[in-house]
Design a protein around this ligand. Structure first.
Ligand code: KIV
Ligand code: ZN
Length: 403
């Protein structure tokens, strides 16, 4: 497909959260109805546009969870200032039973969406669809979309493994899906194979192909660590919806991370020209809740929500941020609902941060006491990864009372 950048429209990018569906597919995660509802409520407060609550045909629990979310979070806005509740979506294969189950689950929501999918790449067709031909796949997709449209006027279609699908066939099935009534066309990078440059060009072509009435969405997996970059590139080429999961959880290396995409849009609006409607101050709480209920820890250096995302250890960095946080921070911890910048004292820290920390703890040492305490701090820091406030207290007590 040829490359041509579509200029940003300025409209907010719609955030489709799939923590409760694709996120839950991560190995070892199983959320019950109550836990799903708790996360969905937080997603509501966060202000995501669409919540994919589950895949109702797969279990009674998933059906019940999506229905409960539709009845509550899908019935009234929870996000401050929002005038609409989020759309509640459910996943279905292009099978009549799946679609009916999804329709019944999202039925109670003010806005329900059925998300139908089937595989289009050669390998997926061979393995998952008994070697179905392109014609057969198109026919099944059209039938599924038309059936879903009997229940709702909000139908999303995903050609699974789109990025390994033949270009011409992808165009053909996208055209057929729109013709059959899909209102959102989602392009999944199911195995995280895409590279931003190519993916952006593909999305630009699809955006032009389907026209402004049809939403173009992307769903990027993170196998090469490129899910966020691919999603942002898609937005630059006119995608109007991005599918994400809190903390980037999901199959294998996970899905595109909600917090990273949202903060990239917010922080680099100067270049991207579009934001999302997400209340960023709710991000920290969402991240902690998802981590607790899934049992998936957040890596220390995870962008935006990791323990170290706003922590500074080296002397030069500490000296910089103590004077002006912008020296080494591009967003503030408070903006994403985390505690403010942290100065972590360790072997790379300097006198400046050391003295500032003692002052904050209420100590008023003489220059000589500070000098001696700093020397002892450096000795200790060589043996210990992090020097805590308790260590400092002991160290100062030794210093002040020893003389
Ligand atoms: O990764 C994928 O292709 C999916 C689809 C069901 C959208 O999760
Ligand atoms: Zn997926």
């Amino acid at each position: 497909m040829s490359e041509q950048t579509t200029h940003a429209t300025g409209a907010p990018v719609r955030i489709f959260d799939t923590t409760l569906r694709d996120g839950e597919q991560a190995p070892g995660i199983s959320l019950d109805v109550k836990e799903k509802l708790e996360i969905a409520e937080q997603l509501g407060r966060l202000g995501v546009d669409i919540i994919e609550g589950g895949f109702p045909i797969t279990s009674q629990g998933d059906f019940d969870a999506v229905k409960a979310i539709a009845e509550t979070v899908g019935a009234q806005p929870l996000a401050q200032g929002a005038d609409q509740p989020p759309v509640i979506a459910a996943l279905a294969r292009c099978h009549p039973d799946d679609i009916k189950r999804a329709a019944d689950a999202v039925g109670p929501a003010q806005h329900g969406r059925i998300h139908v999918f089937l595989s289009t790449s050669e390998i997926h067709r061979h393995v998952l669809h008994h070697g179905a031909s392109e014609d057969e796949i198109v026919a099944q997709a059209v039938e599924g979309i038309q059936r879903a449209r009997e229940f709702t006027d909000d139908v999303e279609f995903s050609p699974q493994d789109a990025t390994r699908t033949d270009d011409e066939f992808l165009k053909r099935i996208v055209d057929a899906a729109v013709e059959a009534g899909a209102t959102t066309v989602n392009i999944p990078d199911t195995v995280g194979y895409a590279i931003p440059h190519d993916f952006g060009a593909t999305i630009g072509d699809i955006v032009r192909r389907v026209g402004p009435e049809v939403a173009v969405s992307v769903h990027c997996h993170n196998d090469l660590g490129l899910a966020v970059a691919n999603s942002i590139e898609a937005v630059r080429h006119g995608a109007t919806q991005v599918e994400v999961a809190v903390n980037g959880i999901g199959e294998r290396a996970g899905n595109c991370s909600l917090e990273e995409v949202v903060m990239a849009l917010a922080t680099r609006e100067d270049v991207l020209g579009r934001r999302s409607r997400v209340r960023t101050r709710e991000i920290g709480r969402a991240s902690r809740l998802v981590s607790t209920l899934t049992g998936y820890p957040v890596q220390f250096n995870k962008a935006v929500v990791g323990k170290n995302a706003f922590a500074h250890e080296s002397g030069i960095h500490q000296h910089g941020v103590l004077q002006d946080r912008l020296t080494y921070e591009i967003m503030s911890a408070e903006d994403v609902g985390l505690e403010g910048r942290q100065i972590v004292l360790g072997k790379h820290s300097g006198r400046h941060a050391f003295s500032a920390q003692l002052e904050e703890m209420g100590y008023d040492l003489t220059a000589e006491e500070t000098k001696r305490a700093f020397e002892r701090f450096k000795e200790l820091a060589d043996k210990k990864v992090e020097v805590t406030d308790a260590d400092l207290e002991a160290l100062v007590a030794d210093e002040v009372f020893a003389y």
